[in-house]
Design a binder for this molecule. Structure first.
Ligand code: COA
Ligand code: MG
Length: 304
């Protein structure tokens, strides 16, 4: 992975909250979740979008969000709402918004547009902190351009696989958003591409929604698939999906202890000029240490 000086934020669970619902926004602020995105896009009808901006601003300014990352999902750059969404939210919430999530980009120019607009607003308002950018990859064009999107601007922190719109964009035959049988895993190829691009650019890769919130086992299985290929979290569309995501995307304490032990063993061997050693019947070398270092980095971020 490329070295990154981006803010390190937890994204094991990203909760979607319709920006029109004061009740759900209030509930979201009370939950122990890494990240909440207040939605101005698909969960808000066109006629309600302008009003939802103020509802979100009031929630960001008025509620105690604790350590939760406060994100706002805005409409895409082809719509008449995108620029007003970003301007209204940043001017209204200022330092109380941490990141903006851009929807449906096609190529890097969409990200560069949002990046420039945010830079102008930060300058105009004299903001003390930089607002982060996250973006969905949910169009086939974006998947083809995922590498250039990942490297589009320094502000970008995270790529999210939006499988609902992506399935539609590719013309896939699916009925339930997030369920991915094929015969194998229908979303393996796009998820994998996205994760490679994200890692190479020093970004977090996050998995999108699973609509059937009364199927916790199906949801957990999708979390495990995402974790295995290098993603750091998954969306929750309902509060009941937060706990399973936190469970899957947090390493077990014994795995963390083992990782720290393996790295210590490797460092000791390295100091003695030895490249690979036998530790309890398993080989430990530089590559092993790197894999274990990922677990330790996650544990440090979580505070384990
Ligand atoms: N964020 C915050 N609170 C939520 C929530 C969410 N995404 N989804 C449900 N809740 C709250 C409900 O308001 C309810 O609160 P209460 O116990 O204080 O009354 C509680 O959690 C239980 O909700 P439940 O009755 O089981 O669900 P529902 O019928 O109210 O809502 C959905 C179901 C699917 C409509 C709702 O979860 C939702 O709108 N999810 C987000 C959809 C979205 O953002 N989609 C776009 C991105 S994919
Ligand atoms: Mg979408």
């Amino acid at each position: 992975m490329s070295q990154s000086n981006k803010p390190q934020r937890l994204r094991r669970s990203q909760l979607a909250v319709p920006g029109v619902s004061e009740k759900m926004l209030t509930k979201a602020a009370s939950l122990d979740v890494d990240h909440v995105f207040c939605d101005l896009e698909d969960a808000v009808a066109p006629s309600a979008k302008p009003g939802a901006r103020q509802t979100i601003i009031d929630a960001l300014n008025g509620l105690d969000w604790g350590k939760t990352v406060r994100c706002v999902r805005v409409n895409d750059a082809t719509t008449e709402w995108c620029h007003d969404d970003i301007i209204a939210i940043v001017e209204g919430a200022r330092e109380n918004v941490d990141t903006i999530m851009l929807t449906k980009p096609f190529d890097a120019s969409d990200l560069k547009f949002a990046d420039k607009l945010l830079s102008q607003l930060e300058k105009k308002l004299g903001l003390k902190k930089k607002i982060g950018l996250e973006c969905l990859i949910e169009e086939v064009e974006a998947m083809k351009n995922v590498w250039e999107i990942a490297h589009s601007c320094e502000r970008l922190e995270c790529l999210i696989f939006g499988m609902g719109d992506y399935a539609a964009s590719q013309g896939m035959s699916v009925k339930d958003i997030g369920k991915a049988t094929y015969p194998g895993d229908l979303f393996h190829y796009p998820r994998y591409q996205l994760t490679i691009a994200a890692r190479a650019a020093g970004l977090d890769a996050v998995d999108g929604p699973y609509a059937d919130f009364s199927n916790p086992e199906g949801y957990a299985e999708e979390c495990r698939r995402a974790l295995t290929i290098g993603m750091v979290g998954k969306w929750a569309i309902h509060p009941s999906q937060i706990a399973p995501a936190l469970e899957v995307f947090s390493p077990d304490q014994e795995d963390v202890d083992l990782a720290r032990e393996m790295i210590a063993v490797y460092r000791e061997a390295e100091a003695q000029g030895i490249g690979s050693v036998n530790h309890k019947g398993a080989m430990v070398d530089a590559a092993t240490a790197r894999v274990f270092q990922n677990i330790v980095d996650r544990a440090d971020l979580i505070g384990m």
